[in-house]
Design a protein around this ligand. Structure first.
Ligand code: ADP
Length: 478
């Protein structure tokens, strides 16, 4: 697997959770998987082993010197060390501005992954995640098309979020050693620029995305971010496989990060979690009586802050409180900070990335709100179910696939009004504590563990290997 994130070492969102846990789930099925990610400044190499040294990657006259480390763990996790490219504060940028050399940073990742496969971990399938790994299929179909090492090797490209595409100006092409022939509509050209995600979409043997509904949605103009036609053209090789939840980390019966543990048989610990969460966020003690809404999210346009802000006043007027944790675009962080300023003692917000606090919110809240504009899969609603924190979600992507009438509240239209109506329905059920607890328990009994989904990936890898595919020696694609 080639990725820009893998939990717990490098995480900004769900991609990291998936790449950090799917390999172990595959192992349980008898498959072997290794992961390649960049070694960011925040990753300590103390316990890692240097397994490949002084590898020079050349793009024209430019040279990038890398080493490869292997981190200890359940599966081989290779870290690509190139201080000139990765030893920085952020993964992708700082203060909302992307690093100007991201095209090079993730081209080097792709080339390093090919090196790992050549010398350290002979793979039959490259499973590439999101635009940061989009150059792996592109190089395999061009620069390395006749390289015997990769003869018969297949590629699967998984889209975790179509909203991030890796777009760069055309002159980026020679800077990453890509054949000029890829610059065409059926290749990596995208409205006059070069698109790394198209490297995956056009050149991978198979495509997947992280829920069945999102797989359908991205083939439509509404959700396709300009790529719907390219995806529609490859619909025959595109599937949706729901992400799994890692219940070893997210389980209220065993979670060491929450103030009190609880289960379906004994929910009393959840009340302790709620009380402490209210205190931690500085809300008045009487907030314990009404429904407490929790949110943990990247604060971006995707996640629905705008429609929440429209109706925050009405929600508070219903006697509900809201605690939110997130970080992201300054514009959307502001939405939350303004709500907190306007409704002190009712809405409280923490800006930042804090995994332990995310756990405490999952455990202490009554409702978990995800009013997403789009949501490829979403993991927090699955965690919420397990924590007895009833999800209120917009019916899109994976949210629509995982939440049912019996386990949560869904609204279809992307509007404040629809959101408010769903929250009000939840509050009505909350008022009847027996009905509420029954709903909590139904959610807690749901199982979104990796088992089924990992088996589907495994079957897909096998199907790819059995199929005719493209013989790279049979001729170039241009
Ligand atoms: P996305 O990948 O779009 O961000 P998901 O719901 O798939 O959304 O995954 C989000 C993951 O990141 C969850 O594990 C969630 O708990 C975590 N997360 C998001 N923002 C934060 C934050 N500010 N602090 C801690 N964890 C966060």
């Amino acid at each position: 697997m080639v990725s820009s994130e893998a939990a717990p070492l490098a995480k900004t969102g769900g991609l990291a959770d998936v790449v950090g846990s799917l390999p172990s789930a595959l192992r349980a099925l008898g498959d072997e998987a290794a992961v390649v990610i960049p070694r960011y400044a925040s990753i300590d190499l103390k316990n890692a082993r240097r397994v490949y040294d002084r590898l020079a990657i050349h793009f024209g006259p430019a040279q990038y010197d890398i080493s490869i480390y292997q981190a200890p763990g359940e599966f081989p996790l290779y870290l690509v060390d190139c201080p000139a490219l990765y030893e920085r504060k952020g993964f992708y940028g700082e203060l909302g501005v992307d690093y100007p050399d991201n095209h090079i940073r993730f081209a080097v990742l792709a080339r390093a992954a090919l090196t790992v496969a050549r010398f350290l971990f002979r793979t039959e399938v490259f499973h590439c995640h999101d635009w940061q790994a989009g150059l792996v299929p592109a190089y395999l179909r061009t620069t390395f098309a006749t390289d015997p090492t990769f003869l018969g090797v297949k590629t699967l490209f998984t889209i975790h979020n179509l909203g991030y595409q890796g777009l760069f100006p055309k002159p980026a092409l020679p800077e990453v050693g890509l054949d000029a022939g890829v610059y065409r509509p059926g290749g990596m050209e995208f409205f006059g620029r070069i698109s790394y995600i198209k490297g995956g979409i056009e050149f991978a043997d198979a495509l997947s995305t992280v829920s069945p509904t999102y797989a359908r949605e991205i083939q439509t103009p509404e959700y396709g971010f300009g790529l719907d036609r390219a995806l529609l053209a490859r619909a025959d090789v595109l599937t949706g496989i729901l992400n799994g939840a890692d219940y070893r980390e997210w389980n209220p019966e065993t979670d060491p990060l929450i103030p009190a543990r609880y289960s379906t048989d004994d929910l009393s610990g959840k009340q302790t979690c709620k009380r402490q969460l209210i205190e931690e966020f500085g809300l008045p003690a009487d907030a314990i009586q009404g429904p407490l809404i929790g949110m943990v999210s990247r604060f971006t346009r995707q996640k629905g802050a705008d429609i929440l802000a429209e109706v925050a006043g009405e929600i508070v007027a219903e006697g509900m409180c809201l605690v939110a944790l997130g970080t992201g675009d300054p514009e959307y962080e502001d939405f939350f900070l303004r709500m907190a300023a306007e409704y002190p003692g009712r809405i409280a917000v923490r800006i930042g990335f804090d995994n332990a606090l995310a756990h405490r919110i999952e455990a202490g809240a009554d409702l978990f709100l995800m009013p997403s504009r789009y949501e490829p899969c979403g993991l927090n609603q699955m965690y919420s179910l397990r924590y007895g924190t009833v999800p209120v979600v917009r019916a899109t992507g994976g949210l629509d696939d995982t939440i049912e009438e019996e386990t949560g509240f869904k609204f279809a239209e992307y509007s404040g009004e629809a959101l408010l109506e769903a929250v009000r329905s939840a509050a009505k059920v909350f008022a009847d504590q027996d009905a509420w607890r029954a709903m909590m328990r139904r959610g807690m009994a749901q199982d979104f563990s990796w088992g089924t989904s990992a088996a589907r990936y495994s079957a897909l890898y096998r199907q790819l290997l059995a199929g005719p595919g493209v013989n790279p020696l049979a001729g170039k694609i241009f």
